[in-house]
Design a protein around this ligand. Structure first.
Ligand SMILES: NCC(=O)CCC(=O)O
Ligand SMILES: [Mg+2]
Length: 338
């Protein structure tokens, strides 16, 4: 211990005292990341014995359903509570209406049923949106000018959600940003007695360029071409609008709400958590993952440190859980280091 007797009482407050030793740092720590916070997004495709790398997302693959079982088993072993499924659909199954989204024998319902049969204790979340299924790559049905039509889209989303519930999914996550879709989906689920199917609403989903690698992974980038999603996803400039969007989804019956992307939108996470106190989730999206991976691969950032710091920041901002492509790596890191 340094013996230093200052002759003036300056400074009166010494915040550094609590940072001096590991034990006090742990004692006063305000936030923590736990494996219980994770939802692991995975990409699936048809086939057998397929594990196909996604080039723009190092460490991320498209799995055929049989190969996904090994991933699910790893999640169970590590204690990751939920797996979320994103399909890469063959081009010949895409059409302007995205009808394959509501096919009860489609890739997603079959995979849900398989997972729930093999690993009933693992939560399964499915996305409700049409972008993996439309030949134009938009999340809904478009008119002759390319404008995404609200009500016709919601009608297909309801069928898609019901198909997923019938397959046994636990959490339904509408990511489309159509108005009124949470209420419509809640109604159709309840009418069909799926009263326990939970809805995690992508409530404040921004029209972000950070989704680029995801569109490679599900194969919608080429379909979308130069068009964007600004007429339904939120303007990155808006904060108060996010509060209104979340309020609407809660009124309509959302059990959990989400902000997306993550790191550039931490202020929104905090705002939403403070305003509603709802179970609040954040999506650390593909571009955030790709950017940390790329810098780490170049030796410019310490991979494990930035991974854990980025996840901790979500907890500090008020998130109850995080959808992250780092889920397995972070869970393993925590087992080895904590
Ligand atoms: N509806 C799911 C997504 O759009 C994910 C975006 C991403 O990870 O970039
Ligand atoms: Mg909305």
């Amino acid at each position: 211990m340094t013996k230093f007797i200052p002759d003036v009482h300056f400074p009166q407050s010494r915040p550094r005292r609590n940072r001096r030793d590991d034990f006090t740092r742990r004692l006063v720590r305000e936030s923590a990341v736990s494996v219980d916070d994770f939802i692991y997004p995975v990409f699936i495709r048809e086939g057998k014995n397929v594990r196909e790398a996604v080039d723009s997302m190092p460490g991320v693959y498209r799995y055929s359903p049989d190969q996904l079982l090994a991933v699910a088993e790893e999640c169970v072993k590590l204690g990751i509570p939920v797996l979320s499924l994103f399909p890469s659909i063959e081009p010949e199954k895409k059409c302007p209406q995205g009808l394959e989204a509501a096919n009860p024998d489609g890739l997603v319902p079959r995979t849900v049923a398989l997972l729930k049969k093999e690993f009933p204790e693992l939560g399964v979340l499915t996305d409700v949106a049409l972008d993996p299924y439309t030949s134009h790559g938009q999340d809904g049905i478009i008119d002759e000018n390319g404008y995404v039509l609200n009500e016709p889209t919601v009608a297909v989303l309801c069928k898609q959600a019901l198909t997923q519930a019938q397959a046994g999914v636990d959490i339904i996550a509408p990511s489309d940003m159509m108005d009124g879709r949470v209420a419509a989906i809640r109604n159709i689920l309840d009418e069909n007695h799926f009263i326990d199917a939970r809805i995690m609403a992508y409530s404040a989903k921004y029209a972000s360029a950070f989704y680029g690698p995801f569109r490679d992974a599900v194969g919608s980038a080429a379909n979308l071409g130069q068009s964007d999603k600004a007429s339904y996803q939120m303007d990155p400039a808006n904060r108060l609008e996010a509060v209104r969007e979340v309020a609407a989804d809660i009124r309509e019956g959302a059990d959990m709400v989400m902000v997306k992307p993550g790191m550039p939108y931490l202020d929104i996470v905090r705002e939403v958590k403070d305003a509603f106190g709802m179970p609040t989730f954040v999506y650390q999206v593909s571009g955030e993952y790709a950017m940390l991976k790329a810098a780490a691969q170049n030796g410019w950032l310490d991979h494990d440190k930035v991974m854990m710091e980025s996840l901790l920041a979500f907890k500090r901002a008020g998130a109850d859980g995080i959808l992250t492509y780092f889920a397995i790596e972070a869970a393993k890191w925590m087992q080895a280091n904590q």
